[in-house]
Ligand binder design. Sequence first.
Ligand code: CAA
Length: 674
Amino acid sequence: MAFTFRGYKIGKVGIIGSGQIGPDIALHFVKSLYQFDVQVVVVDIAEEALAKGKAKLLKKVDKGAETGAFKPKQVEGMKSHVLFTSNYDELKSADLVIEAATEDLPLKRRIFKQVEGLVSPEAILASNSSHLEPERIFKECTHKGRTLCAHYFFPAERNPAMEIIPSKDTNPEVTDLVMRLYEYIGKIPFKVRSRYGYAVDPVFEGLCLAGIQILDAGIGTTKEIDTVASKCLGLRVGPFTGQNLTGGNPISAHGLSQMHEKINAWYRVPERLQQMVDAKADWEVPGRGETIEVPPDREKLIADEMLGAYFGMVCEMIDAGIITVSDYDLLLGISLDINPPFTFMNSMGLDKALDLLKAYSKKYPAMPVSKALSDRAASGKPWEILDVLFEKKGDVAVITIRRPKALNALNSKVFDELTAHIEKIKSDPEIKAAVITGFGNKAFVAGADIKEMAGLTSPAEGEAFARKGQIVTMKLQTMGKPLVAAMNGFALGGGIELAMCAAARVAPKGLSFFAGQPEVNLGLIPGMGGTQRLPRIVGFERAAEMVRTANPISSDQAYEYGLVNELVDDDVLPRAIELAREIAEGKTKVKPMEMGPLADAPTSLPDIDIGHHSKAIDRLAVAAMLEGAKLTLDEGLKAEARWFGQCWTTEDNRIGLTTFIEKGAKVKAEFVHR
Ligand code: CAA
C-alpha cells in the first residue's frame, strides 16, 4: 500500500539530516502516514547524530504512549515505519525528500545534487532552510520545477505553522500539491514569496536587534527589555530568552547580516550580538518565576520602540509583497506566539500604529515608514484580515473558511465575508460555479460560533443571529451559479447547515465522525436550516432523529442518506471543483431541493429517546420541524429563526451554552427541562 494524494503516490519520505529538527519532521510524517504504509527514512552521514535523532524520536513516541496520545498499535506502526541510516541509497525510491541539514548553501547544493541522482525525476525535493532563497539552493538541480522550500517551526512535529516558498522555477502545481498535502496532514501552510529570511525569521531576529538597540541606548537592561517586550507584544518569552532557548545567536547574527543586504539597511549585526556569538554566551534573562519591575516611564520607552520596530518590520513585508496581510497575521501569531500584528494594529488604531512607526523611523532612519500602513491609516479603514479566503481556479471560485483555532466556526464576521464573496461570484462573468470548503484536515465547519451565541441575551438577539446565517445560506443557494461543498472534515450544526445550501456535497470516504446537529447539547435548536433543509434532503424520520438526539453520522451513512453526493479517497477539493464545473455545464444533474411545502408533512413526531437532552428545547425543535414542513423553505427558515430565538426563554439554553464555554464540549450539560 502507498499513500496516493491527488494522484501523486507517496510510498517513502526521505529526511536528510538527523540534527535539531530532522527527527521532529520525521515524527510528524510517520505519525500522519504510517497507516498508509509510508516509510520515513532519516539519512545523515554522522552515526552519532543518527543515534541521537533516533533516540529523540523514540522518546517522543514513548512519551505519547505514556500520556495516551498514541495507542499501542500506533506506537508499533510508527516505530516500524521509520529508519535512521547513513546509507543515502535508502533514499532511492523516495517520492518526497525534505532536507534539514545545516544552513550552509554549498552543503545544501551538494546534497540535492546527490539526491537528484538517486530519486526519480518526479520526486518532490524540499529544503527546510530557514533563510536561503530556493533559487539559490536548487540552482544546480535539473528538475527545478519540483523543488521548493518548506520551512518548519520549532517544535516541528507540533507547531502547525509552515512557510512554503516556491522559487520562480517551481511548477505551480507542485506548490499547490505540497500546500494541500501539508494541510491534509495537519499543518497550516502559508505561501511566502521567495526572499532571504522569508516572512517569519526577519521578525524573530529583528526583535532581538530592536532589543539590543534599546540596550545600547541605555534605556533598559536585557532583563527589563525582555520583560517589557514580552508584555507589549504578547510574546510567551521575550526576544533574549527566545534567542537563548533556540541557541539562536549565531544564526541570528548571520541572518541579520544577510538581511542588511537583502531586505534593508535597518537589519544589521549589532556589535553586542557578535560579542555574544564569539563568547558563545547566553543573554542575561529573567529566571523562571522571577518578576522584573520596570518603572513606568522606562516601560513606555521600551514598549514604544519594540512596537515601532515590530510594525515597521511586518509592514515592510507587505510593501514588498512577500505575503498577504491575512496570512501574515495568522502565521506570526501561530509560529512566534506573538500578538498577530495587523489585528493588534487594528485594535490600537492605525493612526497610533503609524505614529509609533514614524517615531521609530525618526530615531532609526534605516527603518522605512511603510507605504501600506500610511495608505491604510489615511483611508480611515482598518487592515482587512480575512477569515474567509477567495480564490479563482479557472472558472470556479473557491471559498475557504479559515479559523483554525475555532475549527472554522461561523461568526458574524464570517457571514459578512461570505456575503461579500457571493457578490463577487455573482458579478464576475468568468465564474461559472463555486466551491465552499473549510481549512484544515479536521473540520469543514464545527457549527455556528458558540462563543458569540453565548453573548446573546434575548430571544430577539437569538432570532437575529439565526436570520443572519440563514440569509447567507439562502444567498448561496440562490446565487444563480452552482455551489458544491468540499467537506474536508466534520460538519456540525451550522456547518452541515451551510453545506446543505449547496447543490452537491463531496466528502471523504470512511470518516466515522462526520455530520450532526448537536445543537440540543447546547440548549439550542438548529438555526441555520437544520430543521428545514435536512428533512428535505434525508427525509423527516432521519432528520428528526438527528436533530432531537444530536447523534452524529459517518460520511458513509451520510452518503447512504443522500446527504452527501460523492465520497472520495483523499483530497475532496479537486473533485468538488470538477463537479461544480460539471453541474454548471449541465454534464451532471443534481436533484434540486424542494423549495415549497413538503408534500408528506407530518402532523406529529413519534416519541423518541432524547437521552439527557432538554425536554423544553426538544419541544421547540419539534415545533420548528412541524411548522416548517408546511411552509415554503423561505418561510420555514423564518419560522425556524423564531423558534431558535425562543431557546433564550428557557433556563436550559443558559445551562447548555455555559457548560460548553466553562467545561468544554466533552461535558454533558445538566438540563432542568425548563
Ligand atoms: N464555536 C466556537 N468554538 C468552537 C466550536 C464552535 N462551534 N467548536 C469548537 N470550537 C473551539 C473549541 O471551543 C476549542 O477552542 P479552545 O481551544 O479555545 O478551547 C477549539 O475549537 C477546539 O475544540 P475542542 O478542543 O473541543 O476539539 P475536539 O477535537 O476535542 O472536539 C468538536 C471537536 C467535536 C467539534 C467539539 O469542539 C464540539 O463538539 N464543538 C461543538 C460543536 C457544536 O455543538 N456545533 C453546533 C454549534 S450550534 C449551531 O451551529 C447553531 C446553529 O445551527 C446556528
